[in-house]
Write a protein that binds this ligand. Structure first.
Ligand SMILES: Cc1ncc(COP(=O)(O)O)c(C=O)c1O
Length: 382
């Protein structure tokens, strides 16, 4: 039996120093940025306390135990034999992705995204001075999928890198192994490298299956680079440590050509915490998933009983609800009015894609009381 992990009280959360709790005045309920409101796993706390006790606060160097912990975790959760010899460290998933792209493109080269998609990905493409090519996801009743035909048409015109959000934030969808295999075949055919951002993978709900891109097929292993970390699954974003993983020899050499500073800019605390997370914190992770599972169903219930005009598809993973607010009568930018009138902060859909102005992303990695209050505040804004 799984013991669910409960969120901290609102009073304790308001004492947190992270951006989620500092970005807005205290009368605003903040459910935007992707941080969870749970206490972190006890093994992670112990590992960090031990570092502090021993004043072990220097730079991060070789850290094979994190690679081994991740390999074991991936084998156990996803039946993926990730190769520790092909793993590298980066500060976070954002820095890792940007640095990987730098080894693969020249400025001006075309890089693909699939909107609506995690807002920072747009900035990563700008940061490497690439030309952005957006091939929006197909959508049917808020169920989204990759548009493989449109993707092929753009691949044909020349794409150097495709940044895949897998699982896909904010729409809550996990792409199937079969679809990913087709994508990988296209990438081989048109010589596209696929960077798979798998940061949300650990938060997959059963019976859905998350297949890491490098576990999909030989073609995927030829073109794929995974960038991931413990930061979403285990709520460790502030500790700064991510993994870059390849399977092909060619891509391994590319990754090895990155400046050595890429690894040095990660944090020792991040590596220690990630190791304790992937190796020792599976019970906690299952507890969090059990709580989030209740929360995603609670949102369904709150919408059905109080705000049926909101469109919502229960997500396949994680703690992000993608809400269609277009029928609420709140105009062009519903989240602005919800903040002004209801004092609830949620991210506007336009952050994720230009056509999604009337959508919002709500973070439900919190308590049922806070979620209920959030929907009460949406109702008050009408
Ligand atoms: C898909 C995705 N990638 C990356 C990140 C950020 O990761 P990091 O802080 O490691 O850059 C997030 C954060 O929400 C995310 O949703």
């Amino acid at each position: 039996m799984t013991n669910s992990v409960n969120a901290m009280s609102l009073q304790d959360l308001r004492n947190r120093k992270s951006v989620k709790w500092r970005q807005f005045p205290s009368d605003v309920l903040p459910l935007p940025v992707a941080e969870m409101d749970f206490p972190i796993a006890e093994p992670v706390k112990c590992a960090l306390r031990d570092m502090i006790e021993r004043s072990d606060t220097g730079y991060l160097g070789p850290f094979p135990e994190m690679f081994e912990a991740f390999a074991e975790f991936s084998k156990h959760r996803w039946n993926w034999n990730a190769d520790v010899a092909q793993m590298r460290i980066a500060t976070d998933v954002g820095v890792g992705t940007v640095e990987v792209i730098r080894t693969l493109i020249n400025p001006g080269d075309r890089v693909m995204l699939n909107s609506p998609v995690y807002d920072n990905m747009w900035r990563w493409v700008a940061e490497v001075k690439a030309t952005l090519v957006d091939v929006p996801l197909n959508e049917s009743n808020l169920d989204y999928s990759l548009d493989l035909d449109a993707i092929e048409r753009e691949y044909q015109k020349g794409i150097k890198v495709h940044i895949l959000c897998h699982p896909h934030n904010p729409v809550g969808v996990i792409f199937s192994k079969e679809v990913l295999a087709k994508l990988a075949d296209l990438a081989v055919k048109y010589q596209v490298k696929v960077i798979s951002d798998e940061i949300h993978g650990p938060l997959t709900y059963e019976p859905n299956t998350f297949t890491p891109f490098l576990a999909v097929s030989d073609a995927a292993r030829e073109v794929g680079i995974t960038v991931t970390s413990a930061s979403k699954g285990f709520n460790l974003a502030g500790l700064k440590c991510a993994l870059i993983i390849t399977s092909s020899q060619e891509l391994k050499e590319k990754i090895n050509s990155m400046p050595i500073s890429v690894a040095f800019r990660a944090s020792l605390f991040g590596a220690v915490a990630a190791t304790a997370a992937f190796r020792d914190s599976l019970t906690w992770l299952d507890g969090v998933i059990a709580t989030l599972n209740e929360n995603r169903n609670l949102i369904r219930k709150l919408i059905d009983t109080q705000l049926p005009a909101i469109g919502y598809r229960i997500p396949d993973f994680g703690y992000l609800a993608w809400l269609d607010l277009s029928n609420l009568g709140l105009g062009e930018d519903p989240t602005k009015l919800i903040l002004e009138r209801g004092k609830l902060a949620i991210n506007g859909g336009v952050m994720y894609g230009p056509k999604h102005t009337s959508f919002a992303r709500l973070n439900f990695g919190t308590s049922p009381e806070i979620i209920t209050e959030a929907f009460h505040r949406i109702q008050k804004s009408l």
